[in-house]
Design a protein around this ligand. Structure first.
Ligand code: ATP
Length: 341
């Protein structure tokens, strides 16, 4: 792998613990990464900066890639989500979240292998809310043809490159006829005009969720607008053992930020028990992204080495508590390092 500067944002809550563990594993795997540490979230506020400091955004723009720990979002009050701000300001319009069964982690279903593609810049997540009159508030759901077409094209292109067979759009266009109606029309058009070889279907999201939890096997890729993508990601995490095992990437045309699907988990922060696997898997996605974007075969080799190591670790029964094991964050990282080969 060619040496490379990468921005790292430790984040809040369990963020610093899992980030340190992942950096340690990447270093032991021989990834020649010069980490450029920047802050965001409550940690940035505590240091006297903004929650989303301009210098952090500038650094990602400059280096092109970041590995990010979770940032806490206050509920019902306070500043708007750092994660959402980052995705919007860097135009990281595609969230990619692979959900797959893990060796040694027993759940209700075997062989789950889904990829969720979430539109990352619009929908109710735009956070355009106002008080119409005391006691009456409203929230604006935004959908544009440009963003809906862009995410649909991105999803079909991903399906083609990764030899995926089918895309299912989950929507509520029976109720939200304009916004979700536009989302499915754009997807239909891209399917028909550009990718007719990929199978395509649509399900109303409530029925779709029921079908996924009954039997995920018929699903391959899910394409969703922003809020649905957020909710369905956690639902799918429940199929394979939980949030400790679902990675994610936020990708735009110029930059990419890799982060786990989970949040800052304040309930277990500082206890040394958080599972670093989801962020480690996100780091593997990052190495594969570098391999694709920069024709860096060395990055792919390290990604495969780490993936084999964590698969073997789980297969050997070395797991954190959320997955039914007993290891803490650092002990799990040590177990992966021992298996790097
Ligand atoms: P935030 O406000 O940052 O979204 P949250 O607590 O609302 O935080 P999550 O952080 O996603 O949401 O946590 C949801 C649940 O999953 C919590 O009980 C948390 O402890 C657990 N959890 C999340 N991530 C992990 C992890 N990496 N390892 C172990 N448990 C986790």
């Amino acid at each position: 792998m060619k040496p490379r500067d990468i921005v790292v944002i430790p984040g809040d809550g369990i963020g610093p613990e899992v980030t340190t563990a992942v950096q340690r594993i990447l270093e032991k795997a021989g990834a020649p990464i010069e980490w450029q540490t920047y802050q965001a979230g409550l940690t940035a506020l505590a240091e006297g900066s903004e929650v989303m400091p301009q210098e952090t955004l500038d650094a990602i723009q400059h280096h092109g890639i970041a590995l990010k720990g979770p940032c806490t979002t206050p509920v019902g009050k306070g500043f708007s989500s750092v994660n959402v701000q980052l995705r919007k300001r860097l135009n990281l319009y595609a969230a990619v979240r692979p959900v797959r069964s893990l060796p040694g982690v027993k759940t209700r279903f075997e062989n789950v292998d889904l990829v969720i593609i979430r539109e990352n810049t619009e929908g109710l997540y735009s956070g355009v809310e106002n008080e119409v009159t005391p006691g009456v508030v409203m929230s604006m759901k935004v959908a544009s043809e440009t963003a809906c077409t862009r995410i649909a094209r991105w999803a079909f292109r991903y399906a083609t490159h990764r030899q995926r067979k089918k895309i299912t759009v989950l929507h509520k266009a029976n109720i939200m006829k304009l916004t979700d109606g536009l989302f499915i029309r754009c997807a239909q058009q891209i399917h028909k005009q550009e990718y007719p070889n990929i199978e395509y279907n649509e399900l109303i999201i409530d029925a779709g969720c029921m079908r996924i939890v009954q039997d995920p096997a018929p699903f391959d890729m899910l394409l969703l607008e922003n809020l649905y993508g957020d909710v369905v990601s956690d639902l799918c995490a429940g199929l394979i053992g939980g949030l400790g095992a679902v990675p994610g990437a936020n990708i735009g045309d110029e930059h990419a930020v890799f982060e786990a699907v989970h949040g800052s988990a304040p309930d277990i922060a500082g206890k040394g028990v958080a599972n670093p696997l989801a962020l480690l898997m996100s780091a593997v996605m990052m190495l594969n992204y570098i391999a694709d974007q920069h024709s860096d075969a060395g990055a792919r080799k390290i990604a495969t080495q780490i993936r084999n190591a964590y698969d073997q670790t789980l297969e050997d029964g070395c797991k954190t508590r959320d997955l039914g094991g007993e290891l803490g964050t650092d002990a799990f990282a040590d177990a992966v390092i021992e298996r790097l080969g």
